[in-house]
Design a protein around this ligand. Structure first.
Ligand SMILES: NC(=O)c1ccc[n+]([C@@H]2O[C@H](COP(=O)([O-])OP(=O)(O)OC[C@H]3O[C@@H](n4cnc5c(N)ncnc54)[C@H](OP(=O)(O)O)[C@@H]3O)[C@@H](O)[C@H]2O)c1
Length: 292
């Protein structure tokens, strides 16, 4: 079979039903051509497809749960059935959980690794060989400024984003002379459902940092990807935060982030069942933040 000659190139947005993924799909749709939206929520996918069409793209939707076995193979089969190939892969599916790791459900925490790390890696590795054979296209992975530091009280999420940044950086270097781009976009807080769903929106850190608009982040991410950049940190505030995180000593950064992501009413990580502020955090909290 000739490589890609009978098939049409598609932008495949995993996590395209809402938020940053949907915004990137809409920006990508302006170039015309097929855009494949992948996520679990059927109705949200259909709504996103309408926006993609209005922006000038030809929308396809696939209801797919990344937790399910063989998800990347199902996506590959869907593309074949529709006479498409994955020219650009956008990995935007992801979630986080705020709270001390010892107090959060283990299954939901491990799910962060399944979606943010395992599925992202599997999709990337599944579609890169075709891109390399055609010497075009690439992968746009959603990292975060959370990938620049460990994040107490959101430990697995920060660790997952650190992985995304490291994995994407390494692939970018391996492939940069092969006609394929791998870009990591690392936004600060973005106004999407992510903040409420993860519980992060209730933490001081996410109240202090300004929230970017998903479309602005998408424009910046798509521009950076098209320019072949390794890392895109959209907006001044996210750049500043990433810079501060990279220069502050870990011994200073860890308690600072831990404090800004903890709420006094959170359950104590020691497992007593009491609130943190009435248990291990008693003396510490009253010294740092009276009434906290
Ligand atoms: N919002 C922020 O502040 C922020 C900041 C930095 C980085 N990010 C990162 O940006 C990415 C997108 O976040 P967002 O803000 O757009 O969040 P969002 O609005 O919650 O969107 C998440 C997307 O992922 C999909 N998804 C989640 N689990 C899935 C699964 N098991 N299978 C298939 N699809 C799944 C969701 O669709 P369904 O639920 O329909 O499946 C949805 O389309 C994430 O990786 C996030 O970590 C977000």
């Amino acid at each position: 079979m000739s490589l890609g000659s009978e098939l049409r190139p598609a932008v495949v947005v995993v996590g395209g039903s809402r938020g940053i993924g949907k915004a990137i799909a809409t920006v990508a749709a302006r170039q015309g051509g097929p855009v494949v939206l992948v996520a679990r929520s059927h109705d949200s996918l259909l709504a996103a497809a309408t926006e993609v069409q209005e922006a000038g793209g030809e929308a396809f939707t696939l209801d797919l749960d990344l937790f399910s076995a063989g998800a990347s193979l199902r996506l590959e089969a869907f593309l074949q059935e529709n006479r498409l190939y994955c020219d650009v892969l956008v990995n935007s599916a992801g979630y986080g959980l705020r709270g001390a790791a010892t107090t959060l459900p283990i299954g939901e925490q491990l799910g962060i690794i399944d979606v943010n790390v395992r599925a992202l890696s599997e999709l990337t590795l599944r579609f890169l060989p075709g891109m390399l054979a055609r010497r075009r296209g690439g992968v746009l992975n959603l990292g975060s400024i959370a990938g620049f530091t460990p994040g107490p009280n959101m430990a697995l999420y920060y660790a997952s984003k650190s992985f995304v940044r490291s994995f994407s950086d390494a692939l970018h270097e391996e492939l940069r002379h092969a006609g394929v781009t791998v870009t990591c976009v690392a936004p600060g807080p973005v106004e999407t459902e992510f903040l409420d769903r993860s519980g992060a929106g209730r933490a001081m850190l996410f109240k202090v940092l300004p929230r970017a608009d998903a479309v602005d982040v998408a424009e910046s991410a798509w521009r950076g990807f098209k320019a072949g950049r390794r890392l895109v940190v959209p907006g001044v505030s996210a750049k500043l935060t990433a810079f501060v995180a990279s220069i502050l000593p870990t011994a200073v950064l860890l308690p600072l982030i831990g404090r800004l992501q903890r709420r006094g009413n959170d359950p104590c990580p020691c497992g007593s069942g009491a609130k943190y502020k009435n248990c291990c955090g008693k003396g510490w909290l009253s010294r740092i933040a009276p009434g906290g």
